[in-house]
Design a protein around this ligand. Structure first.
Ligand code: KG4
Ligand code: ZN
Length: 343
């Protein structure tokens, strides 16, 4: 099937999202977030997220079908995030998609959330994803990947040894009393500050780290350095701290992603995941990849953070490449790795 109509469901964390694509064309992308219900706890509370998914699912689904101007009967296949993520939250999506698949007698594809973050690039470009390096930076994951085939062959070149990049943004935002989620708040605050004000450490970039840790990340030293700095400096310098912290994170991410492109000889880079919405990351990556002759692709902002379109995009790639659907009754997996892309 060359232009399948795919409905994708995403519920791995705090976004209840449904996306609809036809082939590589985005028709609808509806997102309901429970982020405000978690804000006073300073992080996502799994039980609250699961209940919010249950409550939001019917209306998000209806709205997506309306936006795409299609009927549920027209859908050729359903795709759903099967992992990794919060298990209770994943179960709401997997149960909903399984029920739709059975009721409409159409195939279902359980897909990997991380792979889906990258697959969304297919909706932005008219040429298919060729082998590419991917920098995947979200609230739960930070990795550099060699993507040979987004639906079947993704090799992990390196990952974070401690916090994910988004998690580091969220923790530093808490120290700076900027609220949750921290990424967008630091991004905004940093615009008022001087990114060269404080020379914060760049983890695992020392020449001695270049062997084993060439593509690994560590943000714990940076977090400690920011916390020590704040103990000695009043919060009035917070814009400078935000800007300098952001610069340190972004510098490491971009340096290592470009090094991976150079070492593998792959001159294409996709940056995906929630942190890819960061304005300084987008700016620095654009400058440095242009200098290095690397083709850079970053999804539009609304397709960087969790959404259903990315799940539908990966489902569409799976269908058009002839992958067998998942067996109804498959289990969601909170800790799925990239060795499991389609269930
Ligand atoms: O991919 P995502 O929506 O959910 C996960 O799969 O984790 O990523 C969420 C993460 C959060 O940590 C959030 O603070 C971060 O992405 N984020 C940002 C920005 N927007 C979202 N980080 C830095 N700058 C941003 N503008
Ligand atoms: Zn995500």
């Amino acid at each position: 099937m060359s232009q399948p109509l795919i409905l994708g469901i995403e519920t791995s964390c705090d976004e209840t999202a449904v996306g609809i694509v036809r082939g590589r064309t985005l028709l609808a992308n509806v997102i309901s977030s429970s982020v405000e219900e978690h804000a006073r706890f300073g992080g996502v509370v799994p039980e609250i997220a699961s209940r919010a998914h249950l409550e939001a699912m019917p209306s998000v689904l209806e709205q997506a079908l309306r936006e795409a101007r299609v009927s549920i009967k027209d859908i050729d296949a359903f795709a759903v995030t099967a992992g990794p993520g919060l298990i209770g939250a994943l179960l709401v999506g997997v149960s909903s998609a399984s029920a739709l698949s059975i009721a409409m007698d159409k195939p279902i594809y359980g897909v990997n959330h991380l792979s889906a973050h990258i697959a969304v690039d297919a909706l932005n470009s008219d040429h298919p994803l060729k082998p590419t390096i991917a920098l995947l930076v979200s609230g739960g994951h930070s990795s550099i990947l060699q993507v040979n085939d987004i639906a079947s062959d993704v090799k992990v070149l390196g990952s974070t040894m401690d916090d994910a990049a988004g998690e580091a943004f969220d923790k530093i935002a808490r120290l700076l009393e900027l609220g949750f989620p921290g990424g967008p708040a630091i991004d905004r605050e940093a615009k008022q500050g001087n990114k060269s004000a404080i020379d914060f450490p760049r983890g695992l970039t020392h020449p001695s780290d270049q062997g084993e840790h060439a593509y690994n990340f560590s943000f714990s030293g940076l977090k400690t350095a920011v916390s020590r700095y704040l103990q000695q400096t009043p919060l009035s310098a917070r814009a400078d701290v935000a800007a300098s912290f952001q610069e340190a994170v972004v510098d490491v991410l971009v340096t290592k992603a470009i090094a991976a492109c150079k070492e593998t000889g792959i001159d294409s880079l996709v940056i995906a995941g929630g942190v890819a919405a960061n304005s300084r990351l987008r700016e620095m990556a654009t400058e440095r990849t242009a200098k290095a002759g690397i083709d850079l692709r970053i999804p539009t902002m609304d397709l960087c953070t969790d959404n259903g379109a990315m799940v539908a995009a990966l489902g569409s790639i799976a269908v058009s490449s002839g992958r067998a659907p998942s067996q109804v009754g498959f289990a969601a997996s909170s800790s799925a790795g990239l060795n499991q892309i389609i269930w």
